[in-house]
Design a protein around this ligand. Structure first.
Ligand code: SF4
Length: 319
């Protein structure tokens, strides 16, 4: 069997930054460092950090007052920052800068008097954070059908989108919004992030040349689900797996070329694990497609990390 690796695949700059923030916080502060929600949607990453002293909490009430806490890459509602302040928590914010940009844009629209429509999936953490960053009227739509079901809306209207949607779905939903509400405004460049776009473009190209596709990623990872759906929509059987243990030999009967990619929060070692598992089925030729080379990186919240270190040093001195 031939295996064609997608390029690019796996970790994006926001995920690399979020993991590095937890690692730096652990090094500067020492365990435990609390993390609100999964730092990124991948249980392997979460388990690894847990072993090193990170404590994952779903709610701030589970975090002792004064503790160090990292907010996940998906962003949090404004109320969460306020609750953390009230509990005197030492916050290091790992919200991806591209998500923070969407929050800023949504807040500007709202302050200018617009009703904001968020295009995204209900219940996803990023969407909860974006909805909760807007003080004024806000609505959520996920599909063209949702747009048709909106009540008549007068006055100024604006939209923002979740960063990890499918480029195609967003295009259709935005077209439906523009069709129903000609006055609606949106960002100059859409909010789908570079990593989502590049990974989807790679799957588009791969779908032309493979018989099946494996996506390594978590069930609750929005961008990983979109990659699987994209291939399926193009008639390519596609499976989303957490890791090699979920690979079924029966999937590959009659398949000679299989594509392999990974969502933005899946570590490369899991991709390599899948290759090793596929080797158990017979001879494998592995190659990588030519694709977009990414060189994006985001800086760390140095000030918050420094504050963590200096307060920790003060506490050690006075102990
Ligand atoms: Fe940021 Fe995009 Fe990665 Fe999400 S997928 S963390 S928006 S770079």
């Amino acid at each position: 069997m031939d295996v064609v690796l997608a390029q690019p695949r796996g970790f994006c700059a926001g995920v690399v930054r979020a993991i590095e923030i937890v690692e730096r916080a652990l090094a500067l502060h020492g365990p435990p460092v609390y993390v609100l929600h999964e730092i990124v949607h991948n249980r392997h990453v979460v388990e690894d950090l847990r072993r090193r002293g990170a404590v994952f909490a779903e709610d701030l009430t589970a975090v002792p007052p004064g503790a160090a806490i990292v907010f996940s890459a998906h962003g949090v509602p404004r109320a969460t920052y306020e609750a953390a302040r009230r509990r005197e928590l030492r916050v290091v914010d790992a919200t991806c800068p591209l998500v923070a940009k969407v929050h800023g844009q949504a807040q500007r629209y709202s302050r200018s008097g617009a009703t904001v429509i968020v295009v995204g999936h209900a219940g996803h953490e990023e969407v909860r954070g974006t909805l909760g960053s807007i003080d004024g009227p806000v609505l959520l739509v996920s599909s063209v059908e949702d747009v048709a079901a909106l009540p008549p809306l007068e006055g100024e209207l604006a939209y923002v989108t979740q960063t990890t949607l499918s480029v195609d779905d967003t295009r259709d939903v935005i077209a439906a919004l523009r069709g129903r509400f000609p006055q609606i405004v949106g960002p100059d460049v859409d909010d789908i992030c570079y990593a989502t776009q590049n990974r989807q473009a790679a799957v588009h190209a791969l779908s032309e040349r493979v018989d099946a596709l494996i996506v390594v990623g978590a069930r609750n990872s929005s961008n990983s689900n979109r990659l699987r759906e994209l291939a399926a929509q193009r008639g390519v059987p596609a499976w989303l797996v957490d890791d090699a243990s979920q690979i079924e030999p029966a999937w590959f009967e009659g398949i000679s070329v299989v594509g392999l990619t990974a969502g933005a929060s899946a570590p490369e070692r899991l991709v390599q694990g899948v290759i090793e598992r596929l080797r158990e089925f017979g001879t494998l030729r592995v190659r990588e497609m030519r694709g977009i080379a990414e060189n994006v990186s985001f800086g760390l919240p140095e000030e918050a990390l420094r504050a963590l270190a200096s307060r920790n040093a003060r506490e050690r001195r006075s102990a």
